[in-house]
Design a protein around this ligand. Structure first.
Ligand code: F3S
Length: 401
């Protein structure tokens, strides 16, 4: 790989041990993918996980004197103030979250604790070169905004934020951004939940860059968020196109770069239901909780729930996970009050895959998101997956069919 003098100086330790370590990792990644050089980035998002391994890496960088050149936004852990005030998290885990906070603060990260930065706080422009980790973030910035990011891991995105560079390969290059699988959706996409189920069809779609056709003309940003999150739950996709909708797929010619699709796949209603059911427990049972916001819900989704449950009484606990700014707006607009009165909670900065949900262990709940069901399963928390309206009905009656 050809490095500039500055990049060589980074590698040689002239900018400190932490920067040298970050550059060494990035050069190794670049060489693995035959990247000819490093290119500058202007944005980054780090999918911190608040788990020991992630924290070990962040603290190692810090001990080496590293500081982010490009301040990255970061993923959720859990809301320390809420869960400690309500005695819902053991001290050991509260300490871990505090250490995560301290490490990323000292590294100079932008402490958003939100997994949908691409719709509010960290939005790249067309062709901007960025380094994003997080399953829904990478496909969103590539596909919807037309920005350029490889599927970074939390660690490689942090390295990029520290050095300010990424190796030039993969989705940063025009020739690797063309679709190769034509995915014809032959099912009615009844609401945004159905984009979760479409994303869960990764096994049928297969590896590559899908080009979706047959979708409605209007697609909400929440639906696109759901699609990206689940494409990386059922498979590994850095990018997709939607014909006539996403910016690099206005025509078939543009979407496929003038070539014939290598594969054609049809997605039927039955495929969507299979996608939904793959990670779902059996229905027809009483439930004790509902959880939404994996990925984090936006303000419209919070408003929708407030409208549906306002003035009623929930029979199951309801947790709605959002960014700090959606929480603030929900407070200001009285939505939070409506939801609290019904018995629900709007919680910022928090992910379902965190140790703050210990009280749900062994219980059954509902969600509209397969990704929400996927991670907590290993913590002994059970989910039945249904569309949002069915989940809301279940939270009100305490039973799902
Ligand atoms: Fe976000 Fe955590 Fe779900 S990072 S997408 S809320 S698993």
């Amino acid at each position: 790989m050809e490095l500039t003098r500055e990049q060589n100086d980074m590698l040689d330790g002239k900018y400190g041990k932490g920067v040298a370590y970050a550059m060494k990792i990035q050069v190794a990644v670049g060489e693995a993918f035959d990247a000819p050089r490093m290119v500058p980035i202007t944005r980054a998002h780090v999918a911190l996980s608040n788990q020991e391994a992630d924290l070990w890496f962040a603290e190692k960088m810090l001990e080496g004197g590293a500081k982010c050149r490009i301040s990255p936004t970061v993923n959720p852990g859990f809301c320390l103030s809420y869960f400690t005030e309500h005695h819902m998290v053991p001290k050991e885990y509260a300490d871990l979250m505090q250490r995560t906070h301290n490490a990323y603060k000292a590294l100079g990260a932008t402490l958003t604790y939100n997994c949908t930065p691409y719709v509010a706080t960290n939005i790249p422009h067309f062709k901007e070169i960025v380094a994003y980790s997080e399953s829904s973030a990478t496909p969103y910035v590539n596909s919807v905004w037309g920005a350029r990011s490889n599927r970074e891991g939390a660690n490689s995105a942090l390295c990029a934020a520290i050095t300010g560079y990424v190796p030039e390969y993969g989705l940063l290059l025009d020739e690797n951004r063309k679709g190769n699988i034509l995915v014809e959706v032959k099912a009615d996409m009844k609401d945004d939940s159905y984009y979760h189920y479409l994303g869960m069809c990764g096994k049928k779609i297969g590896p590559g860059i899908p080009v979706f056709t047959g979708l409605p003309e209007e697609i909400s940003s929440a639906a696109l968020t759901n699609l990206g999150a689940e494409l990386n739950t059922s498979g590994a996709y850095g990018m997709y196109h939607i014909l006539g909708f996403t910016p690099e797929a206005q025509t078939m010619e543009q979407a496929f770069g003038g070539k014939e699709p290598e594969r054609r796949v049809e997605i039927t209603f039955e495929d969507l239901m299979d996608g939904r059911d793959e990670l779902s427990c059996e229905g027809h049972r009483d439930i004790e909780f509902a959880m939404f916001g994996c990925p984090h819900f936006d303000l419209n989704q919070v408003r929708y729930i407030a409208d549906k449950i306002g003035g009623k009484k929930l029979r199951a606990e309801m947790w709605i996970l959002v960014s700090y700014h959606v929480k603030e707006l929900a407070d200001r607009m009285g939505l939070n009050e409506i939801i609290e009165k019904a018995g629900g909670h709007v919680i910022p900065d928090t992910c379902p895959d965190q140790p703050c949900w210990g009280h749900l262990k062994g219980k059954y709940g509902v969600t509209e998101s397969p990704k929400c069901a996927y991670y907590p399963k290993r913590r002994g928390i059970n989910f039945i997956i249904r569309d949002l309206d069915t989940c809301l009905e279940a939270a009100m009656t305490g039973r799902v069919e």
